[in-house]
Design a binder for this molecule. Structure first.
Ligand code: SME
Length: 160
């Protein structure tokens, strides 16, 4: 069944948030939470062609975590790519055109736009970045960034 036609309104994000809350209630294992969030977010929107986490495994280094979609790069240093920019600045990276982003890492040649969000635990330490790629140009907006940041806070904000 084709996923419902997705508007960029909050409606769909509020039902997505409710589903993730119900599925992750009481879970304290980061990988289990990442697998569930990647799956639910990926299948909620036709714009999302690759959806996944890169985990902070040591100072300045990201390694791939749970994801949905085609092949994902395994290792990304903080000084590389959109994911590295998000990790090093701890700021959302909203990229309307990946070809215009210096140092963009193309895990898939079909990617046209990207959104990467920082993931924090309860002590506001960066534990990962959440990366969403789209084959559509300029697919993401501030509304997406705000709604997804809220969902990440729900899922990971209580982690010790
Ligand atoms: N494009 C990302 C790398 C990860 S792939 O998109 C899955 C980047 O530039 O950091």
């Amino acid at each position: 069944m084709e996923p419902a036609q997705i508007s960029q309104s909050g409606d769909n994000y509020s039902s997505l948030k409710a589903r993730i809350r119900a599925l992750t209630e009481g879970e304290t294992d980061a990988i289990s939470l990442m697998a569930t969030v990647a799956c639910e977010v990926h299948h909620s929107d036709q714009r999302f062609d690759w959806t996944g986490f890169f985990r902070v495994v040591s100072p300045g280094l990201l390694k791939i975590g749970p994801y949905q979609g085609g092949h994902g790069c395994l290792v990304i240093p903080f000084d590389k790519g959109v994911c590295g920019a998000c990790a090093s600045t701890e700021q959302v990276q909203l990229v309307p055109d990946v070809d215009a982003f210096p140092g963009h890492i193309a895990c898939a040649s079909t990617t046209r736009s990207e959104l990467v969000l920082p993931v924090f635990d309860s002590s506001r330490s960066l534990i990962a970045v959440f990366d969403i790629d789209s084959d559509q140009p300029d697919a993401f907006d501030e509304g997406d960034a705000a709604a997804l940041s809220d969902i990440l806070e729900l899922a990971f904000g209580g982690l010790q």
